[in-house]
Ligand binder design. Structure first.
Ligand code: 13P
Ligand code: SF4
Length: 325
C-alpha cells in the first residue's frame, strides 16, 4: 500500500514521509525495535497480513505471556493491549489507536461493579477478558470465549459465581455447564445486532450451509447455530468440516483467514438488523496500516498502567492461563 506524497511543509513527526511502502516500512521497524505484531481476527485484512501472530483473545494472551520481543504492537482493542501490558510490565506495548475501545468492556464500569460484587460477598467472580484492568483486578479468574465453559466446569458445584460482563456469553456458559450464575448485564454492540429473521432467510437461500456463531450473540440467534465457538474455534470448525458453505455469525473480519485457509469454501457474513456494516466492530476497525507505522516510528501511543491495578489484574489472568493448560 502506498501513500501520496505531502508537500515538504506538511511533513511532521506525526505524518508519514511518503511515498512509502508501509508494509515494508513496518517490517523494517519490527527489526529495528525487536517488535512482535499480534493481531486479532477482527482486524482489517491488510493488518492481519502484517501480523506475526493472529489469534482469538485466548491465543493472543498466551502469545503475549510467552513473548520474547522488546516491543509488542497490538492490533486489536484497548483491553487486549492492556492484557498484554498486564503480562509484560517491562515491555513497550503499542496500540495504534488508543480510542479502539470495546462496548462490552465499557458496559461494566468499575465503581458500579464494585458495589455489585460487595452485595454478593460469597460469590467467586469470573470475568470475561473483554473488560478493563480495573475489573480484572476485582475478579478471581479471567476467561475467554474459548475456555469459559472449561473454567466454570473446574469450579466446585456449591460455589456461587458472578459472571461478568457479557450476559450472552454468561447465559451460554450457564446452559453448557448447568450452573446458575449471577450475570452482569453487559453486551457487545456487534454481536447483538444480528437479525434472526434475516439469518433464517439466508439459510433458505443457502440450505446446505452450516451456521457458525460466536457465543457473544443473543440466544434467539444462537439457537440456529450448528456450531458455537470462539473465533479460533470457528476457524478450526470450517477447516475440519466437509461442508462447502458457512453462514458466519460474528465480526466479519474473521472471514479473511477462513477464506485464506479454505479458498474453495464459501463464507457468507450474517446480516445485521439494519442495512449498515454493523457486523464490523467500529473499535477494531480504528486501527489502520498508517497508524501502525506511525505508532512504531513514534513509539507511541503506548499502554500505561497503574502498577497496583496491574498487579491485581495479573493474578486472575495467571489463574486463567494455568487453568487453560
Ligand atoms: P474471541 O477472541 O474470544 O473469539 O472473542 C471475540 C471478541 O469479541 C473479541 O473482542
Ligand atoms: Fe468489544 Fe464487540 Fe468489538 Fe469485540 S466485537 S471488541 S466485544 S465491541
Amino acid at each position: 500500500m502506498f501513500l501520496t506524497a505531502p508537500s515538504p511543509d506538511q511533513l511532521s513527526d506525526r505524518q508519514v514521509h511518503s511515498p512509502i511502502d508501509l508494509s515494508k516500512a513496518i517490517a523494517d521497524l519490527k527489526l529495528e525495535l525487536n517488535a512482535v505484531v499480534l493481531a486479532h481476527y477482527y482486524q482489517d485484512p491488510d493488518l492481519q497480513d502484517i501480523a506475526d501472530y493472529i489469534g482469538d483473545s485466548l491465543g493472543l494472551s498466551q502469545a503475549a505471556a510467552d513473548c520474547k520481543a522488546d516491543v509488542i504492537v497490538f492490533l486489536g482493542v484497548h483491553f487486549m493491549a492492556e492484557t498484554a501490558k498486564i503480562l509484560n510490565p517491562n515491555k513497550l506495548v503499542l496500540l495504534p489507536d488508543l480510542d479502539a475501545g470495546c462496548s462490552l468492556a465499557d458496559s461494566c464500569p468499575p465503581d458500579r461493579f464494585a458495589l455489585f460484587k460487595a452485595a454478593h460477598p460469597d460469590h467467586l467472580v469470573i470475568s470475561y477478558i473483554n473488560c478493563s484492568a480495573a475489573i480484572k483486578g476485582m475478579s478471581d479468574i479471567i476467561c475467554t470465549s474459548a475456555n469459559a465453559v472449561a473454567i466454570v466446569n473446574q469450579i466446585p458445584k456449591d460455589q456461587p459465581i458472578i459472571f461478568a460482563p457479557d450476559r450472552n456469553l454468561g447465559r451460554y456458559v450457564s446452559e453448557q455447564t448447568g450452573r446458575d450464575m449471577l450475570l452482569w448485564d453487559g453486551a457487545c454492540i456487534v454481536h447483538e445486532i444480528f437479525s434472526e429473521r434475516k439469518l433464517v432467510e439466508l439459510k433458505l437461500i443457502y440450505p446446505q450451509a452450516d451456521i457458525i456463531a460466536h457465543p457473544e450473540c443473543e440466544a434467539n440467534v444462537l439457537r440456529h447455530a450448528d456450531y458455537i465457538g470462539s473465533t479460533t474455534g470457528l476457524l478450526k470448525y470450517v477447516q475440519k468440516s466437509d461442508r462447502q458453505e458457512f453462514i458466519v455469525v460474528t465480526e466479519s473480519g474473521v472471514i479473511h483467514q477462513m477464506q485464506k485457509t479454505n479458498p474453495f469454501k464459501k463464507f457468507i457474513p450474517a446480516p445485521p438488523t439494519s442495512n449498515c456494516a454493523c457486523n464490523e466492530c467500529p473499535y477494531m476497525r480504528l486501527n489502520t496500516l498508517e497508524k501502525v507505522y506511525l505508532a512504531m516510528k513514534n513509539r507511541s501511543p503506548e499502554i500505561i498502567l497503574d502498577e497496583q491495578i496491574r498487579q491485581a489484574a495479573l493474578k486472575p489472568m495467571q489463574r486463567m492461563l494455568e487453568m487453560s493448560k
